[in-house]
Ligand binder design. Sequence first.
Ligand code: ZN
Length: 67
Amino acid sequence: MATSNRGMNPLDALRDRYAEVETECPACGYEDDDGTWVGETDGAEVRYERDCPSCGKVTAHTISFGR
Ligand SMILES: [Zn+2]
């Protein structure tokens, strides 16, 4: 795995990955290329949420660091 992304924190990297793979709202199919995932963490897991700008549905992912 490349480690050349110095200065980018792991949370941002994960958020970007979700923003790339999941741009379509599961409820209405609205596609949002600039998906604005909001991430928060309590140290053990990260929760990402995004509000659909079209129908308002909140899509969430929770990722455990799995230490
Ligand atoms: Zn939607």
